[in-house]
Structure formats: structure tokens, C-alpha cells
Design a protein around this ligand. Structure first.
Ligand code: ARG
Length: 298
């Protein structure tokens, strides 16, 4: 039965009631061969059309790729596709799940912008080759859904955090909750620069999250604080300029983050996390950074 929670008084479970989920062991990356800024579909892309240094982008991406390998994750690299300059942001075209029985499922996205719709079938092929059960949403029932850009798994728990307002419609979470048999905590996004949940919300471990508070409503913040006991806050400067919250912590210990997040990094280290800084400057021009340049898989 679908369970979508939008305020704390609807919360009828506590952290202890959540079922566990395995940590992902694989990471999907898409080569930035055709990455560029060719259109403007978020505020960060303004002024950057035609302004990407391709060689630099390639180098930045290679560093990330080797860091995932060093962390011990199995890295699956997919080719980019001509005509799809945003395909490198492979957190957006899908949302994978592993059931309690260990079966792998994936919900394919319905991209908000026409420019990105054609990326989805290429990513679907990766799942077909890895024997995932593929689920297509009935897009006549809602407008759009941008995968793990907006729907983020809690660390090792069967709980989804679902952002909505810019790229994903709130209604889709009823279907996702049903399909994955998981509760969804829906968080409304309020600022266009933080158009995906992964631009302002980064799950670090079971108890810790890194957020940019101004991107949420009061109800949303209350929900976040009712589940996470350790809420680390990014400043406006680091959240906007360096995409501090678009970090990733695949194992609950090591945080990969855009370089320059001095304040956030202090807070992360004080909380016991190991910080690894990366340059993703070319990708910031498109409104993305570390988190959305990968997809974690089982
Ligand atoms: N230019 C891409 C877009 O606007 C960037 C996507 C970044 N992805 C993310 N999950 N934040 O769609």
C-alpha cells in the first residue's frame, strides 16, 4: 500500500521500524564525451552555453572514476551519446531498487525537459543487460519524474526521500511507494537553484544528512529533523556556488564532494566522515556535481 508522508503528523513509524537494505556495490558512470552546455533548463546553465572546456571535463570525470574504483566499488562505464549533452548526469534517468527478496527493479524516469527525454532508453539498456525488472510509469497520471535526482534512498534503510516541485511531480510518489513497497517522505523544493533534491540534501549515513535548509519548507525541515539525529547544514555560498549538498557518501564513511566546501568539510570531519575533494567545475556550469554524475546500483 502506498505511503507518502508530507508532514510529521502523518509519520506513523520511527527510525527503528524501517526495514534494512543492502549497500550498493556498483556504480554506473556515463562518459562525458558529448558533455556540454547547449541549452538552459536550470538557472546554473545561464551564461554557460558553449562554455565547457571538454578536456578539463574529461579529466575531472576520470578522477571521479578512479576514486570509485579505489573505494572498492565495481564501476560500470557507459558511452555517452551524441545529441545528449546532459547524459553524463546518470542519476536522473532512473531509480533502482532491490527488494527484500534480493530482486532488482528499476523505475525509468519521465524527464521534465524535452532535450533530455531521449537519454532514458540508453540507460534502460544498462538495466536490461543486468537483469533488472524494468518498470515504466504511466505519464498520463503525472508530469515528470527525474529518478535519483529527486528520489534518494535512506542509507541502508527501506525509506525514500522524494523531492518535488521543479523536475518531479508530487503525485508520482504514490506510484513509486506502491511499486517499491516503501514509504516515501515527500519534500517540497522551494528555490529554483535547488531544482533537484540532490542539490540540497545528501544522505551521509543512517543518522546523518547534509542539507541546505533554505531550499525546503518548514514542514520538510521538520520531517528531515525527525528522522536524522545529525543534520549538517551547508551555507548559501557553498550550497549554491560549490553544490556542497550534491556530494555522495556511498559507504556511510567516505564523502566525495566538490572542492572548496571549507565550512561543510570541517563539519563533516568533526562528525567523523572522511572527505575527498574533487574538481567538478565544468559540470557545475550545467547545474550538476558529484552526486548526479553517477548511479549507485546493486
Ligand atoms: N543540466 C542538467 C539538468 O538540468 C543537470 C542535471 C544535474 N543533475 C542533478 N541531479 N542535479 O537536467
Amino acid at each position: 500500500m502506498a505511503k507518502v508522508i508530507t508532514s510529521v503528523n502523518e509519520l506513523d513509524f520511527g527510525f527503528g521500524d524501517l526495514r534494512s537494505m543492502p549497500v550498493p556495490e556498483k556504480v554506473l558512470l556515463v562518459k562525458p564525451t558529448f558533455f556540454s552546455v547547449e541549452y538552459v533548463i536550470n538557472p546554473h546553465m545561464e551564461g554557460h552555453v558553449g562554455n565547457v572546456d571538454k578536456l578539463q571535463a574529461q579529466n575531472e570525470w576520470e578522477h571521479l572514476r578512479s576514486a570509485y574504483e579505489e573505494l572498492g566499488l565495481y564501476v560500470h562505464v557507459e558511452e555517452g551519446q551524441r545529441g545528449y549533452p546532459d547524459m553524463v548526469f546518470c542519476a536522473n534517468q532512473s531509480l533502482p531498487n532491490i527488494t527484500e527478496e534480493g530482486e532488482k527493479q528499476v523505475v525509468m524516469s519521465v524527464m521534465y525537459a524535452d532535450e533530455r527525454k531521449g537519454e532514458v532508453p540508453f540507460i534502460q539498456k544498462v538495466y536490461e543487460e543486468s537483469s533488472y525488472d524494468i518498470v515504466h510509469l504511466d505519464s498520463s497520471r503525472f508530469n515528470s519524474f527525474e529518478g535519483m535526482g529527486d528520489a534518494i534512498w535512506h542509507h541502508q534503510k527501506r525509506l525514500l526521500w522524494g523531492g518535488y516541485g521543479f523536475r518531479t511531480s508530487k503525485d508520482v510518489y504514490e506510484i513509486i511507494s506502491d511499486t517499491f513497497d516503501t514509504p516515501v517522505i515527500a519534500l517540497e523544493l522551494t528555490k529554483p537553484k535547488f531544482y533537484h533534491l540532490d542539490t540540497c540534501f545528501c544522505v551521509l549515513d543512517e543518522n546523518s544528512v547534509l542539507i541546505y535548509p533554505a531550499a525546503f519548507t518548514d514542514e520538510g525541515l521538520e520531517l528531515i529533523r525527525s528522522i536524522f539525529t545529525n543534520v549538517i547544514e551547508a551555507t548559501k555560498y557553498e550550497a549554491e556556488k560549490f553544490f556542497a549538498c550534491n556530494a555522495t557518501c556511498p559507504d556511510g564513511k567516505n564523502v566525495f564532494i566538490q572542492q572548496g566546501c571549507v565550512d561543510v568539510n570541517h563539519k563533516l570531519k568533526d562528525a567523523g566522515f572522511k572527505v575527498h575533494e574533487f574538481s567538478t567545475y565544468e559540470f557545475l556550469k550545467s547545474g550538476g556535481s558529484v552526486f548526479c554524475m553517477k548511479m549507485l546500483l546493486w
